[in-house]
Design a protein. Structure first.
Lengths: 112, 112
């Protein structure tokens, strides 16, 4: 079936290092959204990307949507311990779909 | 934005019993979504609940097992019926407001 793949599954970094998680879809996406889930918490919306090649920034976070609208990435510059959590991408699989398909998430651990 | 509350926040149940989870939103929304998140896993959509019509279930989920009610535009319930240990999971209610998806705090269910 149609899937949204996300890698890596897990990453452990030292505070100050950069971090990137990648999301790939087997089909073209109408849009892609990113969520952060802290341990024991619920997913919190970070951003939505809609346009081909779109790049958005939120402080140390940079989000990209591929030209073909089949892949996306989230990059965190100079990680902090507050960045700990699981980052999920979720895609809307083309027009006619009203529900999101979530990737498996990337768990980020940041050591001080 | 949307503020979502869920009841109960957690429960421990015996196999064979049923549990009804309530979801309340602070604004009127057309669609409400029910997700399941098994430990350490991603979010899987169970069904979409529209007010005034039957819920739409995703592949692998059936109404007899997960009956849903949607009596008005701010409230929905999900029942997990005839529970087994495999139903142990976090159940999350979600709504979309202006393209942004908001999640409730979740109901952590453990089935013994």
């Amino acid at each position: 079936g149609q899937q949204v793949m996300q890698i890596p599954q897990y990453q452990h970094v030292q505070e100050g290092e950069d971090f990137t998680t990648y999301c790939n879809s087997s089909t073209t996406l109408s849009n892609i959204q990113w969520y952060k889930q802290r341990p024991g918490g619920h997913p919190v919306f970070l951003i939505q990307l809609v346009k081909s090649g779109e790049v958005k920034k939120q402080k140390r976070l940079t989000f990209q949507f591929g030209e073909a609208k089949k892949n996306s990435s989230l990059h965190i510059t100079a990680t902090q311990t507050t960045d700990v959590g699981t980052y999920f991408c979720a895609g809307l699989l083309g027009s006619g779909y009203s529900t999101l398909t979530f990737g498996k998430g990337t768990m980020l651990l940041v050591s001080p | 934005s949307a503020v979502i509350s869920q009841k109960p926040s957690r429960d421990i149940c015996q196999r064979g019993t049923s549990l009804t989870i309530q979801c309340q939103v602070d604004s009127q929304v057309t669609m409400m979504f029910w997700y399941r998140q098994q430990p350490g896993q991603s979010l899987t959509l169970i069904a979409t609940a529209n007010q005034g019509s039957e819920a739409t279930y995703e592949s692998g989920f059936v109404i007899d097992k997960f009956p849903i009610s949607r009596p008005n535009l701010t409230f929905s319930t999900l029942t997990v019926s005839n529970m087994s240990p495999e139903d142990s999971s976090i159940y999350l209610c979600s709504v979309t407001v202006l393209g942004e998806q908001f999640f409730g705090p979740g109901t952590r269910l453990t089935v013994l």
